[in-house]
Design a binder for this molecule. Structure first.
Ligand code: NAD
Ligand code: MG
Length: 396
C-alpha cells in the first residue's frame, strides 16, 4: 500500500459544472485533499457557501464589483483572505502550499492563470481546453521548461492518457477521439439553419456549462479537443481522428504501431476523469455508480458529418495552419457563442463568423504570449464588428 500525503488544490472556476463536481470528488475523499484557493467570476453566493465548507486560504471573485459582498459574507472567517480580479487570480495559484491547480474556468480567461501556475512549478489539472487551443505550443514548452505535468481532465483526453500508462516506449500511431454528436446528430445542413437556442442547450449525455454545451452541439467542442490532444500528446495533425459515438461510453482510443487499439470505457460522469487527474497515479476507490454492458447493449460508431457541422473542418484547418490561427478560431468562437446565447445570431452563423475572422485577422507564424494576447483582442474586435451585419441577416 502506498501512503499518499494530502494534495493541496487551487480550484479555478469552483462554481461551474466542473468546479462543483470537483468539490464532490473532494468530499468523497476526506483527508486526501485540501483546498487552498477557490475562485468564481460572478456566482458569489455559491462561492461563499463553498468557502464556508472548504475553508481555503484565499477566495477570488473575478468580478471586482462583488468584492464587498464576498468580504462581508466571510468577515468572521479569519483564515480566508478575499481578493478580486484577474491579477489576484494569477497570484493566488502561485501560493507555496498549492500542489495542483485545477483549471475549471471557461474560455480564454484560463490562459494567464495557467501560465502563472506553470511558472510557479504547479502541477496543472487541465479542464480549460481553451488554454491549449490558444497557446498550445507556448504552454507545452513552458511546462517542459518548468518540469510541470499537464494532467488532462477532459474525458477524451483522460481516456487517452489512461491508455498510454505503461506504453512509454511505444509510439502512438494515431488516436481516435469519440464525440457524442450532440443534440443535432443526423440533421442535414439545411436543417441546421433552423435549430434554436433551447434545442442547442439540451445535451443528450452531459450536464455542462452553457459555452461548452453550445460547442458540443456545433462540434466546435470536438474541434477544440482535437487541438488540445495534439499538444497534450505531442501528435502530428494527421494522427488525430474523430468518430461519433452517441452513447459516450467509450471515452476515446489509442492505436499503436502493431495495429492494436486500447480504449477507456465508463459511464459519462466527469467525476471520474476529475478524480483520475487529482489522484494520479493512484486510482482512488469510490462509490460512484458502475457501468454495466447490460444497460448499454448497443454501442455504435459513425463518421462525423463535416458538411452539416463545418466547425470540425475549421478547427482542423486552424490546427494545420499553426501559429496564432487557433487563437483566432477560439476568440471568434467565444464571441459567436455569446451572441448565439443572446439570440443575436443563428446557429450556423457561428461557423460563418469563425471562418470570416480566420480570413481577416492577421496571421502570425510564431507568436509569443503578448502576440497571443493581442491576437485574442483583435479577433474579438473583428468578430464583434462583424456581428452587426450577421444580426441584420438573422432578424430578416
Ligand atoms: P461553467 O460555465 O459551468 O463554469 C465556469 C466557471 O468559470 C464558473 O465557476 C465561473 O464563475 C468561472 N468563470 C467564468 N468566466 C470567468 C472569467 N472570465 N474569469 C474567471 N473565471 C471565470 O463551465 P464548465 O462547463 O464547468 O467548463 C469549464 C471548463 O472545463 C471549460 O473550459 C470546458 O471546456 C471544460 N470542460 C468542461 C466539461 C464539462 O463537463 N462541463 C467537460 C470537459 C471540459
Ligand atoms: Mg470532452
Amino acid at each position: 500500500d502506498f501512503a499518499f500525503s494530502t494534495t493541496t488544490i487551487a480550484l479555478l472556476g469552483a462554481t461551474g459544472s466542473i468546479g462543483t463536481q470537483t468539490l464532490e470528488v473532494l468530499r468523497a475523499h476526506p483527508g486526501r485533499f485540501r483546498v487552498a484557493v477557490l475562485t468564481a467570476q460572478r456566482q458569489w453566493e455559491l462561492l461563499v457557501q463553498q468557502a464556508r465548507e472548504f475553508r481555503p486560504a484565499v477566495v477570488v471573485i473575478g468580478d471586482e464589483s462583488l468584492l464587498a459582498n464576498v468580504r462581508d459574507a466571510l468577515a468572521s472567517q479569519s483564515e480566508t483572505s478575499v481578493q478580486a480580479g484577474p491579477a489576484a487570480l494569477a497570484e493566488a495559484v502561485t501560493r507555496p502550499e498549492v500542489d495542483v491547480v485545477l483549471t475549471a474556468l471557461v474560455g480564454y480567461a484560463g490562459l494567464l492563470p495557467t501560465v502563472a501556475a506553470i511558472r510557479a512549478g504547479k502541477t496543472i489539472a487541465l479542464a480549460n481546453k481553451e488554454t491549449l487551443v490558444v497557446a498550445g505550443q507556448l504552454i507545452t514548452d513552458l511546462a517542459r521548461q518548468h518540469s510541470v505535468r499537464l494532467l488532462p481532465v477532459d474525458s477524451e483526453h483522460s481516456a487517452i492518457f489512461q491508455c498510454l500508462v505503461g506504453e512509454e516506449q511505444n509510439p502512438v500511431e494515431k488516436i481516435i477521439l469519440t464525440a457524442s454528436g450532440g443534440p443535432f446528430r443526423g440533421r442535414s445542413a439545411p436543417e441546421m439553419e433552423r435549430v434554436t437556442k433551447a434545442q442547442a442547450l439540451k445535451h443528450p449525455n452531459w450536464d455542462m456549462g452553457a459555452k461548452i454545451t453550445i460547442d458540443s452541439a456545433s462540434l466546435m467542442n470536438k474541434g477544440l479537443e482535437v487541438i488540445e490532444a495534439k499538444w497534450l500528446f505531442g501528435l502530428r495533425d494527421d494522427q488525430i481522428d474523430v468518430v461519433v459515438h452517441p452513447q459516450s461510453i467509450v471515452h476515446s482510443l489509442v492505436q499503436f504501431e502493431d495495429g492494436s487499439l486500447k480504449a477507456q470505457l465508463g459511464l459519462p460522469d466527469m467525476k471520474l476523469p476529475i478524480q483520475y487527474a487529482l489522484g494520479y497515479p493512484q486510482r482512488l476507490a469510490n462509490q460512484f455508480p458502475r457501468f454495466s454492458f447490460l444497460d448499454y447493449p448497443t454501442l455504435t460508431f459513425e463518421a462525423p458529418d463535416r458538411v452539416a457541422f463545418p466547425n470540425l473542418e475549421l478547427a482542423f484547418g486552424a490546427m494545420r495552419r499553426g501559429g496564432n490561427a487557433a487563437c483566432i478560431l477560439n476568440a471568434a468562437n467565444e464571441i459567436a457563442v455569446a451572441a448565439f446565447l443572446r439570440e443575436q445570431i443563428g446557429f450556423r452563423q457561428m461557423s460563418d463568423l469563425v471562418a470570416d475572422c480566420l480570413a481577416r485577422v492577421s496571421y502570425l507564424a510564431t507568436p509569443l504570449l503578448d502576440d497571443l494576447v493581442a491576437t485574442d483582442a483583435e479577433a474579438r474586435r473583428e468578430a464583434s464588428g462583424l456581428i452587426k451585419n450577421y444580426e441584420l441577416k438573422f432578424k430578416n
